[in-house]
Design a protein around this ligand. Structure first.
Ligand code: 5AD
Ligand code: SF4
Length: 447
């Protein structure tokens, strides 16, 4: 019970999020959970009562950032010993108490499946290191999205995690170890969370999962696949835009492809990682699809939704990759034509099957990465320039720096700057694109 005469003091929480969108979502949910204990978010780390670092373990560089950031926190902790420092996310899961051994200033370590217990950990009512995979579902123990407090700012676009973990075991990837086995959240909980978000003004939801299109669950009339879930979300009044990420090519079921044709709220944008264009490397990566299979899939998706924009992930310099394999990747990219794509140099990760395989010469890998990024950048530029003259939907997410300016996202997820002095955050408007800049577009309100 709260003592009316002495309401709990407001405490300030600073969260830094590394890595993927699932981490962004987890950070929001942790902020909401801490909000129930009187914490509000602050942008100023120096002013915080608690600093929470929500980490990523996908590549070595991402993991090392944690330790350099913790090093930088030392003076602040020395000045204010009661400052609480917590580490969450996939480095927390992978390294556990090793983090505290290496950096004794850390008070709490919490994995991605246990963060519903973060408030109890902070209160000292749960162990300071929690990285197990508990039998209970964390989502059942987190505050509902309708109870969002001041800790979470209102925004018209939101994430919603529907699936977690991965059973695919690509030879390079830590996700099956840090996030665990594939688990789909139940239909009713997802629909409730979506409705809660819409009730508080959200118009666009991005469904999240490491293998989001592998989602399945029991719904009315039997087992639902991901396409069926999207159709159900399409029936929610006030939900104007639906997106999802990240997908595996082998889980692009017919019903999901059909949803791209049939559900108008599903945006014409698909992130579909292929990783390599070489069948030999795809086999070594344990991807279980071929380059030709991927291209056939793209044809079918484009048949269902001709204006769809495709994006992807690539790894260059995977162990055993030859110049010939790299050229296969370049050919695949040339053939598909991506709207944008992420490309990474292979980074050996502890505990993964590829970790001890002989590495490609680092300079050769750098060169290949540069060549691939050159082509992808050209394609990105072409895709952006292709938007000029088109009228697109834009959802305003924040005011721009100039007076009367708004910044929003187009159907294709490009940032669009628009002069719209009468408009408000949350307006979804038609915009004619008039200019393509390096990483954004400029548009004018369409009549
Ligand atoms: N090295 C480099 N890139 C990786 N990715 C995953 N693991 C590694 C690794 N060990 C990339 C993949 C994946 C994206 C999220 O990160 O391309 O799709
Ligand atoms: Fe990692 Fe492969 Fe699973 Fe994606 S599908 S999370 S790359 S193991």
């Amino acid at each position: 019970m709260t003592d009316q005469a002495n309401p709990p003091a407001v405490k300030k929480l600073f969260i830094k999020t590394y890595g993927c969108q699932m981490n962004v979502y987890d950070s929001q949910r942790m902020a909401e959970a801490m909000g129930a204990d009187g914490y509000v978010l602050t942008e100023d780390q120096a002013d915080a009562d608690m600093v929470l670092l929500n980490t990523c373990h996908i590549r070595e560089k991402a993991a090392e950032k944690l330790y350099s950031d913790l090093g930088r926190l030392k003076p602040l902790k020395a000045e204010r010993p009661d400052l609480k420092i917590g580490v969450a996310g996939c480095v927390a899961q992978a390294e556990g108490e090793e983090i505290v051994r290496r950096m004794p200033l850390v008070d709490l370590v919490v994995g991605p499946q246990t963060y519903h217990r973060l408030p109890a950990m902070v209160r000292g009512e749960a162990p300071a290191i929690l990285t197990d995979f508990p039998p209970e579902d964390k989502f059942d123990h987190l505050p509902a999205r309708t109870s969002l407090n001041r800790a979470t700012r209102r925004a018209p676009a939101a994430f919603l995690t529907v699936q977690e973990g991965c059973d695919k075991f690509c030879a390079f990837c830590v996700v099956p170890y840090t996030r665990g086995a594939e688990v789909s959240r139940p239909v009713d909980r997802i629909l409730r969370e979506a409705r809660d978000l819409v009730d508080r003004g959200v118009r666009e939801i991005t469904l999240l999962g490491q293998n989001v299109n592998g989602w399945h669950g029991a719904g009315s009339g039997g087992e639902w696949g991901f396409g069926r879930l999207i159709r159900a979300l399409g029936g929610i009044e006030g939900l104007d835009r639906i997106r999802y990420t990240t997908s595996h090519p082998n889980d692009m079921a017919d019903d999901l492809i059909a949803a791209h044709r049939d559900v108008p709220q599903l945006m014409p944008y698909l992130h579909l990682p292929v990783q390599s264009g070489s069948d030999r490397i795809l086999r070594a990566m344990n991807r279980k699809h071929t380059a030709a299979g991927y291209l056939r899939l793209i044809d079918r998706i484009r048949e269902a939704r001709p204006d769809i924009m495709l994006t992807s992930d690539f790894i260059v310099g995977f162990p055993g990759e030859t110049d010939g394999d790299h050229q296969d990747t370049m050919r695949l990219v040339a053939e598909v034509g991506f709207g944008t794509a992420f490309s990474f140099k292979y980074s050996p990760r502890p505990g993964t099957p590829a970790h001890d395989r002989p590495e490609v010469d680092s300079r050769v890998a750098d060169q290949r990465l540069q060549e691939l990024q050159g082509l992808l950048t050209k394609q990105q530029k072409a895709a952006q320039e292709g938007m000029v003259g088109r009228a697109l939907g834009v959802l305003f997410e924040k005011p721009g720096r100039q007076a009367g300016q708004m910044i929003g996202k187009s159907d294709y997820l490009h940032s669009v700057f628009v002069d719209a002095p009468q408009a408000q955050v949350g307006d979804l408007v038609r915009v004619r694109i008039v200019e393509s800049a390096s990483n954004s577009l400029r548009g004018e309100l369409a009549a």
